[in-house]
Design a protein around this ligand. Structure first.
Ligand code: AMP
Length: 287
């Protein structure tokens, strides 16, 4: 497995793969690999001949300097894990390689980036995500890029960007990988002390409570949101939001939606965690 630091080295590596007729898959990450990242690498390994994993803690998508500072970094261990997963190359650039002096361009997605995570973290978050993902697409030029359902809004936003800008890449989504007790795997889980780790299961419990309420009465998504939030509060966690939204527009759904996304975010001790549940509902019978 190659570890590449510069845009020029990645371009040369990918050009050689292409010249050999190989398809190229990209897995964008911020490192500190867990089984969620491994699921993305496995999906890329299965679909594509050449698998490139990018590892870059992107300063542009962090609102709080302390959060950026505290983000776990473990490149040497990550490289061992990626190699065992059959990855062909890691692209781990410096911040200066990605954002050289004079860097001035930002990719903005509009309203999709302003709700939910965009509202909580600031619209700059998805501007940072889109700008770096757009750059990675331009640098690696993958046939397929792999993203986790865990970051559902990120998938929606990146899909929209790729469509709007006619980027020649297929966006593939990989289901959320969870701990046995339901907690979605995240590099941020490592910051939780044992008591917070226990309380963190409230996110999944809230999603499940909202799902049960919505299946019981699909006509009342607001009541299902309230049931989900109540389940979280019963577990000692106040949600930042728990919302039932359209999976494409991220707008709150009304009665009669057949595909919905239940999304949740909460602060647990030092970590801010997110999770979601895509749901298919039976059509509501009209009287
Ligand atoms: P990150 O390194 O946290 O930026 O994540 C890199 C990629 O891994 C993103 O596409 C995430 O959505 C995905 N990912 C993170 N956690 C999980 C998980 N628990 N299950 C599936 N994918 C995940």
């Amino acid at each position: 497995m190659r570890i590449l630091r510069t845009v020029a080295d990645v371009r040369a590596h990918v050009a050689a793969a292409r010249a050999a007729g190989r398809s190229v898959g990209l897995v964008p990450t911020m490192g500190a690999f867990h089984d969620g990242h491994l699921a993305l690498m496995a999906a890329a390994r299965e679909r594509c001949d050449e698998v490139v994993v990018s590892l870059f803690v992107n300063p542009a998508q962090f609102g709080e300097a302390a959060d950026l500072e505290a983000y776990p970094r473990s490149e040497a261990a990550d490289a061992v894990v990626a190699e065992a997963a059959g990855v062909d190359a890691i692209f781990a650039p410096s911040a200066a390689e990605m954002y050289p002096d004079g860097f001035a361009t930002t990719v903005l997605v509009g309203a999709l980036g302003e709700v939910l995570e965009g509202a909580e973290r600031g619209a700059g978050h998805f501007a940072g995500v889109c700008t770096v993902v757009c750059k990675l697409f331009a640098i690696v030029a993958p046939d397929v890029a792999f993203f986790g359902q865990k970051d559902a809004q990120q998938v929606v936003v990146v899909r929209r960007m790729a469509r709007d800008l006619n980027l020649p890449v297929e966006i593939a989504t990989v289901p959320t990988v969870r701990e046995p007790d339901g907690l979605a795997m995240s590099s941020r889980n490592g910051r939780l002390d044992p008591a917070d780790r226990e309380r963190a299961t409230a996110l999944h419990a809230g999603l499940e409570a909202a799902r049960a309420a919505l299946l019981a009465d699909p006509r009342d998504p607001r009541a299902a949101e309230a049931a989900g939030a109540a389940a979280m509060r019963a577990a000692g966690v106040a949600p930042e939001y728990l919302a039932i939204v359209d999976p494409d527009t991220l707008e709150p759904v009304g009665t009669g939606a057949e595909r919905v996304l239940v999304v949740v975010a909460a602060r647990i001790g030092p970590a801010r965690l997110i999770d979601n549940l895509p749901l298919d509902l039976e059509p509501v019978a009209t009287p």
